[in-house]
Design a protein around this ligand. Structure first.
Ligand SMILES: Cc1cc2nc3c(=O)[nH]c(=O)nc-3n(C[C@H](O)[C@H](O)[C@H](O)COP(=O)(O)OP(=O)(O)OC[C@H]3O[C@@H](n4cnc5c(N)ncnc54)[C@H](O)[C@@H]3O)c2cc1C
Length: 297
């Protein structure tokens, strides 16, 4: 289906885009990669009267490495992150970027658009919530920085005001001895996962000093599995502690039955994904280079 007619506006800067949103009102929407918005418009689930295009704003697509942070411009494409040597220093970021849909979607879709969309099945929010992540926002009333935990409010709902946009995503480098992994089960490449697990560990020998575990596609937002993390933190990683973390992850999941699988299936799946992701995260924390890809069923 064709989208409803709309007015097209090209922003020259992020500030100008914010001003356009304020001036055009609630009927205006930003266009980044268009990989969520355009399908919704074609289905007529979204019918904006005005589209404000961000794609021609210079200096909004970059990956910058500072001493202890990685900074991603909002318009940085998934494919740029997939190819980035700087992003690969945090392997869970590469796992995420390389696993999103197919080449076409990765070439267009942006990290800023993905976070702003807050799709319950979106991968970036789950992965970035296992790291220390801040979202820089630009608006007509000024700029502000919000932690990712405060940014995602609910399914398809963020802390952004109507005339505010994401300008940058800032990720703190994990401490020495850290490793992470992101795994998803998918029916095929160009679909969202049935379930996904993001695990980021900091190890001291065999003991897990710190753990962050997020579950994707099994709730209205990515779920931080706090009991699962507690099952690992301060303990040697043995079959028993990993089994406890799996069990706690299953309990934390809140899946819905849908075309991707029953709630029971997803709950069982999330335990298996968490176990595999822990095993890979530990190996990476020890410095072993481990290549992963999503699991296709
Ligand atoms: C077939 C298909 C499969 C997909 N599979 C996956 C998957 O497996 N995993 C996954 O994570 N994603 C998947 N996606 C979604 C993809 O990652 C999109 O890139 C992402 O959801 C939205 O990014 P975008 O840049 O395309 O945003 P757009 O579609 O342009 O915009 C999305 C929303 O965010 C707003 N927005 C955009 N940029 C900003 C900004 N800077 N500040 C504030 N608001 C902004 C827009 O107004 C709009 O409301 C899939 C998409 C398709 C079409």
């Amino acid at each position: 289906m064709y989208p409803r007619a709309f007015h097209y506006h090209r922003a020259g800067s992020l500030k100008e885009a914010a001003a356009m949103l304020a001036q055009l009102g609630e009927g205006a929407k930003l266009l980044a990669g268009g990989q969520s918005l355009i399908p919704l418009m074609k289905l007529r689930f979204a019918n904006p009267a005005h589209l404000v295009d961000l794609n021609f704003i210079l200096g909004t697509s970059y990956i910058k490495e500072d001493k202890d942070t990685l900074r991603f411009g909002a318009l940085t494409r998934h494919a740029d992150i997939e190819r980035s040597a700087a992003a690969a220093k945090i392997p869970i970021l590469h796992d995420c970027a390389a696993g999103i849909a197919d080449v076409q979607v990765r070439n267009r879709g942006t990290i800023g658009g993905s976070l702003a969309e807050a799709d319950p099945s979106g991968d970036w929010a789950a992965v970035l919530s296992t790291l220390s992540t801040e979202i820089c926002c630009v608006g007509t009333k000024g700029d502000r920085t919000v932690s990712l935990n405060d940014f995602v409010k609910d399914a398809y709902t963020t802390a952004l005001a109507h005339d505010e946009l994401v300008s940058e995503v800032v990720v703190k480098m994990p401490p020495q001895g850290s490793g992470g992994a992101f795994l998803a089960l998918k029916r095929s490449a160009p679909v969202y996962p049935t379930a996904s697990a993001a695990v980021q560990l900091t190890m001291d020998g065999d003991v897990c000093k710190d753990a962050a575990i997020a579950l994707g596609c099994v709730g209205l937002t990515a779920i931080r599995a706090k009991d699962s993390e507690a099952a690992l933190r301060g303990r040697p990683l043995t079959e028993k502690t990993i089994a406890s973390a799996m069990e706690a992850a299953r309990a934390a999941a809140d899946p819905q039955s849908d075309m991707r699988g029953s709630a029971n299936y997803k709950r069982a799946l999330i335990g298996a994904l968490v176990k595999r992701a822990i095993e890979i995260a530990v190996r990476r924390a020890r410095g072993e280079p481990v290549e992963v890809s999503h699991i296709y069923a």
